[in-house]
Design a protein around this ligand. Structure first.
Ligand SMILES: [Zn+2]
Ligand SMILES: [Zn+2]
Length: 174
């Protein structure tokens, strides 16, 4: 559970407080959809004003993902932030799962953090911007040497060599 204690803010309306949270997602509360590599670091700013709590959070996390092109697993750094308003339990139904409620001076940020992370998970994550992906013939990742297939979109400087090889094959001189 990622919670903050906002009791100080309640007794000092208008003042902004900060908390630096380091949360290990080992308990399965955050990492069920993306594999989180390291603790989630959340910097929270909160204040109490006119009966409501204002919470601003910035979070950083490293997620383990499979590259959308070469399918290799890699560590993807993610950053997200959210801004929420919370009411005291007397103002809203504390059993309403969608309500942002402060219970006994504590705010549970777990769901908001999870949603924020899911919001920044890329649809097609890439291990690197220029990941060459997999060979369309043999399926071997093209990074680090790749495969031995001869391709149509070959480097023009190698094209002559490829034609030469073709010619040799036809002559049976392999
Ligand atoms: Zn890749
Ligand atoms: Zn290949």
């Amino acid at each position: 559970m990622l919670t903050i204690d906002v009791s100080e803010a309640r007794v000092r309306p208008g003042q902004v407080f900060t908390q630096h949270l380091i949360h290990l997602p080992k308990t399965g509360d955050l990492d069920d959809e993306v594999g989180l590599e390291e603790p989630v670091v959340v910097d929270v700013e909160y204040s109490f004003l006119k009966g409501v709590y204002l919470v601003k959070a910035k979070l950083k996390v490293k997620a383990m993902m499979a590259c959308g092109r070469c399918l290799e697993p890699f560590t993807c750094p993610l950053e997200a932030e959210f801004y929420e308003q919370y009411d005291t339990a007397t103002q809203v139904d504390e059993h309403d799962p969608d309500a942002n409620v402060v219970i006994e001076d504590r705010i549970d940020l777990t769901e908001k953090v999870r949603a924020a992370i899911m919001g920044v998970v890329p649809m097609k994550p890439l291990c690197r911007e220029d990941c060459p992906g997999l060979c369309s013939s043999c399926g071997i990742p093209q990074a680090e040497g790749g495969c031995a297939c001869v391709k149509d979109d070959i480097d023009p400087r190698l094209k002559d060599l490829a034609l030469l090889m073709e010619g040799l094959k036809k002559k049976g001189v392999e």
